[in-house]
Write a protein that binds this ligand. Structure first.
Ligand code: TYM
Length: 321
């Protein structure tokens, strides 16, 4: 079983990325024989136009992803742009991609609604993502819910290509556990860099404290009985805490006499506890940049060999052999 996912280096990673995708990646590496995880730097070019900012973000995602607990012995960890074969496959897939399918993509429409220029790269983003997934003959793709439509497009393109040119691609499935499919941000909307509502993974203690203490709540007084399921602090807490800890906080809210300030302090405590191993590993990788470079270089070599096999098959299928 091959597991594959990518993360864009379009800024600093946050708790939504960790709970929505990275934690599943680490869990799955113990169960699956084959994991391909990569830094989606070609994709990030659709939103990052400052070269130094891109370099910094690539380095940040490399450190964060490894520090989440990837086992470099088990996982093929690489940079998307180290395997340029993905671009050729994007072209081969684009010949079976209906324009209308891309015009209806939520993330494209959303970016335009937020004032982004309608570039060709933004428009074909889902085709490149399909190529990422199909190039490595992936079985399972752990992602958050915001990527669900991209996975549907991927499956459509695989089916269309296979039907037209013969069986080349495996049909991938998404892996989107319901509880963490959409991690809320500090304002209750989906946690996202573009909404400015994130809790950063590798932030300073001050930044993390500021983000958690800034979680938006209603103005119910401490004494009031509160419904835990409607407050943002509890919603984030229950994703990080143990079921027993979550039940205890829920009970306190329901009983009254428990304020949001105390709940935020408890969330901060659990956040620090759960992410302590992440921070330790990150400090170690930061001190050993050569190790990170070597991991990415060996990942790229393995990924490229695999990519060439699929690309050859796709080229043969369309008559480019
Ligand atoms: P990206 O870089 O925006 O996000 C990386 C992963 O984090 C998940 N995520 C969330 N999950 C739950 N709640 C949230 N608030 C939240 N915010 C982010 C995303 O769903 C994603 O799984 N297009 C992809 C990158 C990509 C990719 C791929 C993924 C490129 N090629 C191939 C899988 C397979 C993206 O923009 O993710």
């Amino acid at each position: 079983m091959r597991i594959l996912t990518g993360i864009q280096p379009s800024g600093r990673l946050h708790l939504g990325n960790y709970l929505g995708a990275m934690r599943q990646c680490v869990e799955l590496q113990a169960k699956a024989d084959d994991c391909y995880y990569f830094i989606a730097d070609y994709h990030a070019l659709t939103t990052v136009s400052d070269p130094q900012a891109l370099r910094d973000a690539i380095r940040g995602v490399a450190l964060d992803f490894l520090s989440a607990g990837l086992d470099p012995e088990k996982v093929v960890f690489f940079r998307q742009s180290d395997v340029p074969e993905v671009q050729e496959l994007t072209w081969l897939l684009s010949i079976v991609t209906p324009m209308a399918r891309l015009e209806l993509a939520h993330s494209y429409k959303d970016k335009l609604a937020h004032g982004k220029e309608a570039t060709h790269a933004l428009f074909t983003y889902p085709v490149l993502m399909a190529a990422d997934i199909l190039l490595y003959q992936s079985d399972l793709v752990p992602v958050g819910k915001d990527q669900k439509q991209h996975l549907e497009i991927t499956r459509d393109l695989a089916a269309k290509f296979n039907q037209k040119f013969g069986e080349v691609f495996k049909m991938p499935e998404g892996y989107i556990p319901e509880t963490v499919a959409t991690v809320p941000g500090t304002d209750g909307q989906k946690m996202s860099k573009s909404y400015g509502n994130t809790i950063p993974l590798a932030g300073t203690p001050k930044e993390i404290k500021k983000a958690i203490m800034g979680i938006v709540t209603d103005s119910a007084p401490v004494e009031a009985k509160k419904d835990p399921e409607t407050n943002n602090v509890y919603k984030i807490y229950k994703l990080l805490a143990t079921p027993e800890q979550a039940a205890e906080m829920a009970e306190r809210f329901r009983a009254g006499g428990y304020g949001y300030g105390d709940a935020k302090k408890e969330l901060l405590r659990v956040y620090e506890e759960v992410l302590a191993p992440f921070r330790e590993r990150r400090a170690r990788y930061e001190a050993h940049p050569d190790e990170v470079r070597d991991i990415l270089a060996s990942g790229a070599a393995k990924a490229r060999a695999e990519a060439r096999r699929t690309l050859e098959a796709a080229r043969r299928a369309v008559g480019l052999d």
